[in-house]
Design a binder for this molecule. Sequence first.
Ligand SMILES: Cc1cc2nc3c(=O)[nH]c(=O)nc-3n(C[C@H](O)[C@H](O)[C@H](O)COP(=O)(O)OP(=O)(O)OC[C@H]3O[C@@H](n4cnc5c(N)ncnc54)[C@H](O)[C@@H]3O)c2cc1C
Length: 171
Amino acid sequence: MPLSVIVTTFKKENVKRPLEGFGVLVSSKEQKNGLRTLGTLFSSMMFPDRAPSDLYLYTTFVGGSRNMELAKASIDELKQVVTSDLRQLLRAEGEPTFVNHYYWSKAFPLYGHNYESVLQAIKKMEEELPGFFYAGNHKGGLSVGKAIASGCQAAELVISYLNSTSDDRGI
Ligand SMILES: Cc1cc2nc3c(=O)[nH]c(=O)nc-3n(C[C@H](O)[C@H](O)[C@H](O)COP(=O)(O)OP(=O)(O)OC[C@H]3O[C@@H](n4cnc5c(N)ncnc54)[C@H](O)[C@@H]3O)c2cc1C
């Protein structure tokens, strides 16, 4: 799925409801209230040295399966979308003092589209290629934590495979 990441800063005095915390996820039903972003990390709340002390820095995600086309929008349109959502959520008034934009054309896999057949294909590859083990965000979850767990699990399988093949060869 494509994703745009938009980084904005606002003067602290212009953010009238500066929520403290990790961030906010926007549920899909909030689109009817005009919210079009997927969520925002309150980056300078989590890591105060990410922005000058008089600014709040926000990292906002737009796109995904919910709004694929919007992920590819121009920086001007994305800035408007983000500014509008942050105004509603945090009462961030006026224009951001800084904007940066990253576009990820293949940000992460979409679970749900024939996912069972993906799992079957991975299983088939592992069965047909002894010593091949699949890890990563296409299997078992796409979060960093799940991707690491998937990697650890694959590493265990590699170790036991190597141990078993070295036993076979009498090494
Ligand atoms: C913008 C964005 C924000 C995200 N935010 C969060 C978040 O807040 N929390 C969260 O939990 N998850 C988040 N995720 C999801 C999470 O980061 C990814 O799903 C996870 O990092 C994927 O891990 P991975 O090891 O499967 O793949 P990757 O981290 O993509 O690792 C794959 C590696 O393989 C390398 N590679 C590719 N092809 C080859 C090749 N042919 N030969 C050798 N090496 C190759 C790549 O360079 C890369 O280093 C986010 C993802 C994106 C894109």
